[in-house]
Design a protein around this ligand. Structure first.
Ligand SMILES: C[S@@+](CC[C@H](N)C(=O)[O-])C[C@H]1O[C@@H](n2cnc3c(N)ncnc32)[C@H](O)[C@@H]1O
Length: 304
């Protein structure tokens, strides 16, 4: 007998945690005794890296229909166009195909790229398949990823996307990995304040430390007029009822221990809005998510 969607949705986090647990023995076998005994954060990063590499393709299948139009600038008011093969650059009479924001372009910060699941989206094939000549290209992408265990996979994705070649703007690879957390980005000396055209955060603000402070710090890297593209799971919305909020809080007692420090109950929406003055905020709850989702999402673009 098939379970109803609400039951599957409530059970899904437990299934995810069990899958993650199944990667712990192999991680313990691969890591040194000193890491296991004295470096719990390194052990957790290695465990999470293995688990995420396994689940990432499935997560991408589910999230890609949202993330592609988001980065193309076709998402507004939490509404995602339902079809993917549409004309991107205006001129189309369908409201679904309207550009609400410019596509990602210029100098880009991708925060927490992990195993590189979204790297291929930074290519014209995904980002602006029907681009006219005056569509500004991406000139540089910095992937801010502190978990060095996932860098080999990330590098492979960068090469597969052809983003390992020098960009017209400089001699380094178009996509460059910076092996630091965002809290240490300033000390890396690689990215100047107010120098970035676009920030992309896809399923990562749940995992960063001190989100309020670090999100505000990231705001400082955007140029005036710069854009922040967001697709994140967040704490349950008031409309979902107190039962869902309590259930999510209960799940969150266990979830971060199993999923690399990911927090379920983050008020990321508020942190983003309060990061600094925005000229336009178009970030909303996804319009088609059910009340029973333990990981409801926000999606959209903020413009500085
Ligand atoms: C849930 S994973 C998502 C990875 C990727 N965005 C994706 O969708 O497949 C969260 C990522 O955030 C990264 N992360 C954790 N702490 C971070 C920090 N302080 N700064 C930047 N990234 C961080 C993790 O290493 C991990 O790769």
């Amino acid at each position: 007998m098939a379970l109803p969607e609400w039951a599957l949705s409530l059970l899904h986090p437990w299934q995810f945690m069990l899958i993650s647990l199944s990667f712990l023995p192999a991680t313990l076998r691969a890591e040194s005794l000193s890491t296991i005994l004295f470096h719990p954060s390194r052990l957790r990063a290695a465990w999470f890296g293995r688990f995420w590499a396994f689940v990432a393709p499935n997560v991408r299948t589910h999230a890609e229909p949202h993330v592609v139009p988001l980065l193309q600038g076709r998402v507004s008011a939490g509404v995602v166009p339902r079809h993917q093969d549409s004309s991107v650059q205006g001129g189309d009479d369908s409201d679904e195909d309207r550009l609400h924001h410019p596509p990602v372009s210029g100098t880009v910060l991708e925060i927490g790229p992990g195993s590189g699941m979204w790297v291929s989206l930074f290519t014209p094939r995904f980002l602006n398949p029907n681009a006219s000549k005056d569509t500004p290209p991406i000139t540089k992408i910095y992937g801010i990823e502190p978990n060095v265990g996932v860098h080999p996979l990330l590098r492979a994705q960068i090469a597969a996307a052809g983003l390992d070649t020098p960009s017209p703007a400089n001699n380094n690879s178009t996509y460059e990995i910076l092996p630091v957390g965002i809290e240490s980005l300033a000390s890396s000396g690689r990215v100047a304040p107010q120098s970035v055209d676009c920030i992309v955060t896809v399923l990562c603000l749940c995992s960063i430390p001190q989100p309020r402070e670090n999100i505000a710090q990231l705001y400082g890297y955007l140029k005036p007029g710069g854009r922040w593209y967001v697709y994140e799971h967040v704490k349950c919305f008031r409309e979902q009822g107190w039962g869902m909020r309590a259930y999510q809080a209960f799940l969150n007692l266990f979830w971060p221990q199993f999923i690399g420090g990911c927090e379920m109950c983050r008020d990321t929406n508020t942190y983003l809005k309060e990061a600094g003055p925005w000229s336009n905020v178009d970030v909303h709850r996804m319009d088609d998510e059910l009340w029973c989702y333990t990981m409801p999402h926000i999606i959209g673009v903020l413009t500085k």
